[in-house]
Design a protein around this ligand. Structure first.
Ligand SMILES: *[C@@H]1O[C@H](CO)[C@@H](O)[C@H](O)[C@H]1NC(C)=O
Length: 254
């Protein structure tokens, strides 16, 4: 809709300032695959003013000025126009199933499992399982501890619309880590033939990472300083061996 308006704005921008300008907007709206809720809409504008509108829910044309109301009344009495509008409404209904079956394919979620700072002091850890960019909206995220479903200390957002037909959802598990335990986020969605499992890898915790990065940095620094020392020693011994090749210029030429 906004894209259509943008297009008309563009057309207006490139038309002559004194030109008379008329345009029509035709819409077919539905939100179910069988098209039972389809609405067919025609809007006629002249110089950006809405003059007439046909809405299939009302089943008649409406005029927006005194003259247009009279014209609309006349047109509404014409059985042939009524027949044409009914045909267009039925075409709109049939489009619904075409769109749902051919354009709206299921889209698999991208899943990200990570740990975040604990939100309360009862549990030292919080895990977040996020599913991004999936379609359709219905999805189920489940937490498993050693294969057993965990329902306590779980909070979840609703599916949030991205505004581009795709959705995202986030599920939080507050937990106290136990050694040797396996925590899994299970995702069930229409795009997946079977539930997909994402295992939590506690080895990649940030404390260990900091030590690893720090040690690597220290080693690298050590290697460079030793290499620098060797290079310096070599250079200075070379200079000592060939003192006669050095050229001395007088400091003052007065
Ligand atoms: C069409 O008419 C119905 C019934 O009056 C109304 O609820 C709906 O909002 C109209 N649609 C548009 C897009 O104006």
């Amino acid at each position: 809709m906004s894209r259509a308006l943008g297009f008309f704005t563009l057309l207006l921008a490139f038309s002559r300032a004194d030109a008379l300008y008329g345009h029509a907007l035709v819409r077919c709206q539905f939100s179910s695959p069988d098209g039972h809720d389809a609405v067919y809409l025609e809007q006629y504008y002249f110089n950006k003013m809405l003059e007439f509108q046909y809405n299939s829910t009302l089943g008649k044309l409406i005029g927006y000025t005194k003259e247009n109301i009279e014209t609309a009344d006349k047109l509404n009495k014409d059985p042939y126009i009524g027949y044409l509008q009914k045909q267009k409404k039925e075409m709109c209904e049939r489009r619904a199933s075409l769109v749902y079956n051919n354009l709206l394919k299921t889209v698999e979620p991208s899943v990200w499992l990570r740990s975040v700072e604990a939100v309360d002091s009862r549990h030292p850890g919080t895990l977040v399982c996020s599913a991004y960019d999936f379609y359709p909206q219905q999805i189920r995220l489940t937490w498993l501890r050693n294969g057993q479903e965990e329902t306590s200390d779980v909070t979840s957002t609703v599916e949030v619309s991205n505004g581009n037909w795709l959705y995202q959802i986030h599920s939080y598990l507050e937990f106290t880590p136990r050694p040797g335990e396996k925590i899994t986020c299970m995702v069930e969605h229409a795009s997946l033939m079977e539930p997909k499992l994402y295992d939590w890898e506690p080895t990649a915790d940030s404390g260990t990472n900091k030590i690893v990065v720090g040690t690597a940095g220290l080693l690298l620094g050590l290697v460079f300083s030793v290499a620098g020392l060797i290079y310096y020693k070599k250079k200075s011994s070379e200079r000592v061996l060939v003192p006669t090749t050095e050229v001395f210029y007088p400091e003052h030429t007065l």
